[in-house]
Every structure is written in structure tokens, then in C-alpha cells.
Design a protein around this ligand. Structure first.
Ligand code: COA
Length: 375
């Protein structure tokens, strides 16, 4: 196959009229749980976002976008896709170059770009970007008529939320804005000190928290606590250890926040736990099929289980009768096995195993992008 050169292709600012063309090149993207069909028109209205389409003979053949975040110093690239019949011919490179050139020209204060990808990105990407963080992804498929039974099973697998595990609380946005000036410390639960909200990696600056409010993201928090945990057996012991001895950079903590005795109860200090639930939305997988993303922050497995159930229960209140949900849970790698075991018996949806956050520094340019962008 030959590589396509830029003059054959027009790159334009995307419009509402390009929706059908973008959908036509998106079939099968993300195994049917693509967010773009649902978000396209809202994205167009977002003043912080720019969206681009590449056209060949007036037909949409590629899409890309950026969103300016972190109060104007970072842009996140989102939604890249190329028509299936043109993949492997360099089109992604062409539209990405145009997107980046436009970004540099129009937003000279932006010095970093970030993006998220699933496992095994092309080696050329890893030459350009540095890997900031990687999280485990566990996805399940829930049918409406199985929900009640699923919740019963999951609840039976939860630790008691009474004395040992204080129940998490949903936060209102005044609480969200002051969250990290209280007992919950950003550095304790956010590796790299950024959030990843439904594949969007952003810092906790006020402008970003306001964005999550606009998107009606559900913030659920367990504040730091100390608890006496009875160590019943090897499994519980390894869960407790796994959830307590890993620091945010993945190394083993020397600073012991747990003491374990093989015979009796032990005191655990949990540094808190946070989760973000992105409201469900319909996806192309089929009629009545919805997607729910739950991002977990923290390393305590018991808290992780409790947060998944709380977020799921809150989200499915909005599930239309007969609907079903693909729910993806994003968690620190150390929690993968524990969460997989917790969700055992529920149909797995295997779209991907990992969520990678990549970042690159950029410099502003002074000349317009080589392919004219017509707005
Ligand atoms: C991933 C996809 C956009 C690649 O498009 P493509 O035109 O076939 O890409 P090519 O293999 O020709 O690679 C061209 C360039 O894009 C880059 N690229 C490839 N996949 C990429 C990805 N997932 N993200 C960012 N850049 C990517 C390559 O590194 C290459 O860069 P270079 O020109 O600097 O070497 C295409 O396969 C696709 O649409 N897949 C379905 C949607 C999807 O998975 N999108 C990515 C996640 S949002």
C-alpha cells in the first residue's frame, strides 16, 4: 500500500454536517463502546475543544480532536480514527500533525500534550511520548434482568462497611473543590498527581474540576481511616498487604502503614480512596446498550470493591427498562487480580487490559499548518 501525501487530502474543522461521515468511519471502534457518536455534538459546542476531519474526494476519512485542559497549559488528544479502508497508510500521522500544528499556533501557552491508549501502542508512538502511568482495565457486561442478582452476589463479597470500613460518600462540587485541602492527600492516591476521568488525564486544578461538574461526574470518596482488620487467612492477608505496601510510583513503601500478626487482628491505616463515575450513555453496540466508566484511585482492595458497588448502584438508577451496561473499571495494576476475583461470574467484556497515559512536550509554532484549515 502507498502512503497518502497531504495535497490529496483536505483537513477541515469538523462541523455538525460531518457527523454521518465520522460515524461511517467509526464502525467497530472500541468494540462497539465508542463514545464519539454520543459526544460528537456536545464536543462541537465546547469552547475548549477543536475537532478536525480529513476528507478525500469530499468523504470523511479521518477524525481527530484536542481539548485544552489544566487551565490552558495542556491539551489532551482524543477520538483519533481513520477509515478502515485507509488504515496503515500514514493518514493518522497526517491528521495528527495538522491537529498539533493548529494547537501550537492557536494555543501558544500549551506546552504539553497528553493522550491515553490501550496496551501495545505502535513503537513509533513510544519514541515520541513518555509513559506517565498505566492502569488495569476490567470490563463487565451486565444485563438489566441480571442486575438484582449481580448486586446480591457482589454485596455478599464486600467487607463490612461498619466499623472497619467507613462507607464512602458522594461529594457535592463544593466538597470536590476543597477535597485535597482536607485529610485526603493528592500525593497519596493520585500517581503523578493527575486524575484519569474516563480516559481523560487531567490535573486537579479548579478548571478541570469544573469540567467534571459540567459532565456530571460522580465523585465518591473514602476519607483516610485506621481500622482493625481481622486476618482470617492467607487470602485476606495478601489482600491487605497488596493494598498497603505499594506507593504511587509502584515501588514498595518502607513506611509501614500496616502491622500484621498471623494470629490476631491488625491495625491498618488506609490513606483514603476516590472514584469517579462517568454517567452512563448509549453506545453503538446495540439498542439499549450503555457504557459506564468507573475510575478508581487508591490501592486498598476492600475500598475498591465498595466503590465499584456504590458507583454501579448509583449509575444504574438511570438505566432504562431492559437496558444493559458495559462497565469498565480502571484501577491500579496491584488491584487487578483482586477486582477480577471480586467480579468473577459476571460476563467479562474484553475490550482491552490496560490504560496507558502518554505525554509529550511541545513548542509553539509561528507559521500556519501546511494544509489549510477551513472553518
Ligand atoms: C489507530 C489508527 C488511528 C491508526 O491509523 P493509521 O492511519 O492506520 O495509522 P498508521 O499505521 O498509518 O500510522 C501513522 C502514524 O500514526 C501513529 N499512530 C498509529 N496508531 C496511533 C494511535 N493509536 N494513536 C496515536 N498515533 C498513532 C503512528 O505512530 C504513525 O506515526 P508516524 O507517522 O509519526 O510514524 C487506526 O488504526 C484506527 O482508526 N483505529 C481504530 C480507532 C482507534 O483505535 N483509535 C486510536 C485510539 S483513540
Amino acid at each position: 500500500m502507498t502512503t497518502l501525501s497531504t495535497p490529496e487530502m483536505q483537513i477541515l474543522q469538523a462541523t455538525a454536517g460531518d457527523y454521518e461521515g465520522v460515524i461511517a468511519i467509526s464502525e467497530g471502534v472500541f468494540m462497539g463502546i465508542d463514545y464519539l457518536p454520543f459526544r460528537y455534538h456536545a464536543w462541537l459546542k465546547d469552547p475548549q475543544r477543536r475537532m478536525f476531519v480529513a476528507k478525500l474526494e469530499e468523504k470523511v476519512v479521518a477524525f481527530d480532536s484536542f481539548l485544552v485542559v489544566d487551565g490552558g497549559v495542556t491539551a489532551v488528544l482524543q477520538g483519533l480514527r481513520v477509515a478502515p479502508w485507509l488504515r496503515g497508510r500514514g493518514v493518522a500521522g497526517i491528521i495528527q500533525k495538522f491537529t498539533l500544528d493548529t494547537l501550537r499556533l492557536d494555543h501558544p501557552d500549551v506546552t504539553k500534550i497528553r493522550l491515553t491508549r490501550t496496551e501495545d501502542p505502535p513503537p513509533t508512538m513510544l519514541n515520541k511520548y513518555r509513559l506517565l502511568h498505566s492502569k488495569a482495565v476490567v470490563s463487565i457486561y451486565l444485563l438489566a434482568d441480571e442486575l438484582e442478582e449481580t448486586f446480591m452476589v457482589l454485596e455478599s463479597r464486600l467487607p463490612s462497611t461498619s466499623q472497619d470500613f467507613p462507607p464512602p460518600v458522594f461529594l457535592d462540587y463544593s466538597e470536590v473543590r476543597s477535597l485535597f485541602s482536607g485529610p485526603l492527600k493528592e500525593e497519596d492516591i493520585l500517581p503523578g498527581r493527575f486524575l484519569i476521568q474516563s480516559w481523560l488525564p487531567i490535573t486537579t486544578c479548579k478548571a478541570n474540576l469544573d469540567l467534571t461538574q459540567r459532565w456530571r461526574v460522580q465523585w465518591l470518596c473514602t476519607y483516610p481511616f485506621s481500622a482493625t482488620r481481622k486476618i482470617d487467612g492467607l487470602n485476606e492477608l495478601s489482600e491487605v498487604l497488596a493494598s498497603s505496601d505499594i506507593t504511587n510510583d509502584g515501588s514498595t513503601s518502607k513506611e509501614d502503614d500496616i502491622s500484621v500478626s498471623s494470629t490476631g487482628p491488625s491495625i491498618t491505616a488506609v490513606k483514603g480512596f476516590l472514584s469517579l463515575g462517568t454517567p452512563m450513555f448509549p453506545v453503538p453496540l446495540g439498542d439499549g446498550k450503555n457504557r459506564l466508566d468507573i475510575d478508581l484511585f487508591g490501592t486498598d482492595l476492600s475500598c475498591a470493591k465498595i466503590h465499584v458497588v456504590f458507583q454501579l448502584k448509583e449509575a444504574v438508577k438511570a438505566l432504562p427498562t431492559g437496558g444493559s451496561v458495559v462497565c469498565s473499571v480502571f484501577a491500579e495494576e496491584i488491584l487487578r487480580d483482586g477486582l477480577t476475583g471480586f467480579l468473577d461470574g459476571i460476563t467479562l467484556f474484553s475490550r482491552c487490559r490496560e490504560q496507558l497515559v502518554l505525554e509529550m512536550d511541545i513548542k509553539p509554532v509561528k507559521t500556519p499548518p501546511s494544509t489549510q484549515c477551513h472553518s
